[in-house]
Design a protein around this ligand. Structure first.
Ligand SMILES: N[C@@H](CCC(=O)N[C@@H](CS)C(=O)NCC(=O)O)C(=O)O
Length: 322
């Protein structure tokens, strides 16, 4: 099968991201199928992937490093064979990748999906939240994994980490509604631009993307007096979900996905300031951002970049706060 045929699209050529298929939930209930326990769950992520990046940020913000393990896959992904684990022939560019520590001999993420469900026929995507006790996947949907990490393990955490609530009850309605627009037009919007098949599909996607970015820019300008976050004073999951796309924007999407009507650093001062604050002042954002993996992964998608040449810029990759 030609690799282009593996990109899911509508009849009009619009990219359509398939829904995740493992949708179980870790709960604080000790009698549940997936009770919150220390050392039982493991995240498989790529540093390149914005959806996986959400889970890395929340894991760190909540101080779950010793409770939920992580393995980073190699940044080069095969559309047919899926992500692969580090092997001894890999070099320095693959910083942070290791062989699968839980399943010696497993080479590809695909194998874990098939262990969890031999009949599985969906995409082999990251992130994967793995349950060591049942030997299965709890969830491969990042929006739901971050909600679990936000609250399910609280009873194991010190008070200052328990208190961090990225989905606070009084903002939930607003968060849900903003998340939806940001997902549709920005998070997935950049993919709709990059993976559009045909001019009209691209034109639709780019219009929606920049209309939404313009709206976020105005929103952040108004909110700035209240605080540095999307909702002002409080850091929420909306900041995380927006950050993972914005940090990749000038570096890969602008060029590879043709989202080049405007650049964050030059044309969106409020979004840029908001992003710089998260990146430079909140270490959990900076320490989970790996620009090397991001560039290695996206520019290796030969369906969009036949020679897999990784461009030099933009420099600096993330502009320091002046
Ligand atoms: N709904 C998923 C989407 C995850 C996703 O699409 N991940 C991409 C990487 S950025 C992936 O692993 N794709 C592999 C593939 O489609 O084969 C989530 O948010 O967790």
């Amino acid at each position: 099968m030609k690799s282009d045929a593996l990109i899911p699209r509508s009849e009009n050529g619009d990219f359509q991201r398939p829904g995740a298929q493992f949708r179980d939930v870790i709960s604080p209930d000790p009698d549940g199928r997936f009770p919150a326990e220390s050392g039982r769950y493991h995240l498989y992520v790529s540093y390149a992937c914005p959806w996986a990046h959400r889970t890395l940020i929340v894991r760190k913000l909540k101080g779950l490093e010793n409770i939920v393990g992580v393995t980073v896959v190699h940044p080069h992904m095969s559309l047919v064979e899926s992500w692969r684990f580090y092997n001894s022939e890999d070099g320095a560019a693959e910083e942070g990748c290791v062989p699968d520590p839980l399943h010696p001999g497993v080479k590809r993420l695909k194998e874990l999906y098939l262990k969890a469900d031999p009949e599985y026929s969906g995409r082999f995507s990251v992130p994967v939240l793995w349950d060591k006790t049942n030997g299965t996947i709890v969830s491969n949907e990042s929006s739901e994994i971050i909600r679990m990490l936000n609250s399910a393990f609280n009873y194991l955490l010190p008070p200052e980490k328990q208190k961090i609530d990225l989905y606070p009850p009084r903002l939930q309605l607003q968060i849900d509604s903003v998340n939806l627009q940001i997902y549709e037009n920005i998070n997935n919007g950049v993919y709709k631009c990059g993976l559009a098949k045909g001019q009209q599909a691209y034109d639709r996607a780019i219009e929606d993307l920049f209309t939404q970015l313009d709206a976020v820019e105005s929103h952040l300008q108004v909110k700035h007096d209240e605080g540095p976050f999307y909702f002002g004073r409080l850091l929420t999951e909306t900041d995380i979900r927006l950050f993972v796309t914005v940090i990749r924007f000038d570096i890969v999407y602008y060029n590879l996905f043709k989202t080049n009507r405007k650049m964050i650093r030059l044309d969106y001062p409020n979004i840029h300031r908001w992003m710089q604050n998260l990146y430079w002042n909140i270490s959990e954002f900076r320490l989970t951002t790996n620009v090397g993996h991001i560039k290695q992964h996206y520019f290796s998608l030969t369906i969009l970049n036949p020679w897999a040449i990784v461009p030099d810029g933009p420099l600096p990759e993330v502009v320091p706060i002046s």
